[in-house]
Design a protein around this ligand. Structure first.
Ligand code: ADP
Ligand code: MG
Length: 257
């Protein structure tokens, strides 16, 4: 059984002027342990709404989110108690407080039963390729890539089973992007967590994801093994997305040389 099962998920918003927006309209999706599932689709297709629903930051208007077969209750931001799914945002500042030390913030996420939280914080930092001394410093003392590593450590602190990464490298420069993507890939392997990896960058998703889902106007119009989707897209919209980025890989390689 997959660690995460999203069953017929719906997310709606009431918005002034636009009435009811059906941001996620009946999505079924599974993510297994040690598996990376990519989620692609144009801006406004509902990717972030689905991501927030998976981590309990958004209430479902319908459907279910199951972890190991058990329903995850949607809860509000402030009363959020679910730690089995954790989110990595585009901006590390969405999860890091600029006024508190890195160590204090990581420690907040460490489960209370852990005997030596300071050692756990050092382990978390090491896991994301940061020195233990980072614990005594503040987020602004690090580069964008380092801050995102710290945000990833924060997400890992409660020992989640599922990581949801919403455009986690979009704000980074090319070399930091490659490093953070490689880090996420190795964390998924080493920790046996599952990851939902959201990106508008299809070349990146092709590189990292085992399976991929394509969102279009709130619906998951296609999903499958990444190479299959890439080579033989079944949905016309998937074909459009792929055709829109034909030279991206070549351009990247040129940039790096
Ligand atoms: P994506 O991440 O793919 O760009 P989003 O999930 O952010 O898509 O948005 C999906 C749709 O829901 C869009 O039409 C967006 O305008 C709308 N939406 C997202 N968040 C809200 C909100 N808090 N209130 C009202 N509408 C929203
Ligand atoms: Mg988004």
């Amino acid at each position: 059984m997959s660690a995460l099962q999203v069953l017929d998920a719906h997310v709606t918003y009431r918005s002034r002027g636009r009435g009811i927006v059906h941001a996620v309209a009946g999505v079924d999706l599974e993510v297994g342990r040690g598996e990376i599932v990519g989620l692609v689709g144009e801006s406004g297709s509902g990717k972030s709404s689905l991501a927030r629903a998976v981590v309990g930051l958004e209430r479902l208007a319908g459907g279910q989110i199951l972890l190991d077969g058990e329903p995850v209750q949607p809860v509000g931001w402030r009363t959020r108690t679910d730690v089995r799914t954790q989110m990595v945002f585009q901006s590390p500042y969405a999860s890091l407080n600029p006024r508190r030390t890195v160590g204090a913030q990581l420690r907040d996420g460490v489960p209370s039963h852990v005997q030596d939280p300071a050692a756990e914080v050092a382990d978390l930092l090491e896991r994301v390729g940061m020195p233990a001394s980072a614990a005594g410093r503040y987020p602004h003392q690090f580069s964008g890539g380092q801050r995102q590593r710290i945000a990833i450590a924060r997400a890992l602190a409660p020992r989640p089973e599922i990581l949801v990464a919403d455009e986690p490298v979009t704000a980074l420069d090319a070399s930091a992007q490659a490093q953070v993507v490689a880090l996420l890939g190795s964390l998924v392997r080493d920790l046996d967590v599952g990851m939902l990896f959201i990106s508008h960058d299809l070349a990146l998703v092709r590189h990292i994801a085992h399976r991929v889902g394509v969102m279009y106007q709130g619906e998951l119009v296609e999903q499958g093994e990444t190479e299959r989707v890439w080579r033989e897209p079944e949905h016309p919209y998937t074909r459009e997305l792929i055709d829109a980025v034909p030279r991206l890989g070549a351009a990247r390689r040129g940039e790096g040389s």
